[in-house]
Design a protein around this ligand. Structure first.
Ligand SMILES: [Zn+2]
Length: 53
């Protein structure tokens, strides 16, 4: 497994592989009752997104 030296945390979509900085403008956020704010992929609309903690 390759290890990068990026300081910025990146998130990626498990469905289509879209990747962008966590919390960046590239991502869409939606409000879901009982869950709260979720990150949604702008490419495929999936909420199955890694938030890369
Ligand atoms: Zn996606």
């Amino acid at each position: 497994m390759a290890e990068t030296h990026q300081s910025a945390t990146r998130s990626h979509c498990w469905s289509c592989g879209f990747e962008a900085p966590s919390g960046g403008d590239e991502w869409e956020t939606i409000e879901v009752v009982s869950v709260g704010t979720m990150t949604r992929c702008p490419e495929c609309g999936s909420t199955d997104v890694s938030t890369g903690r």
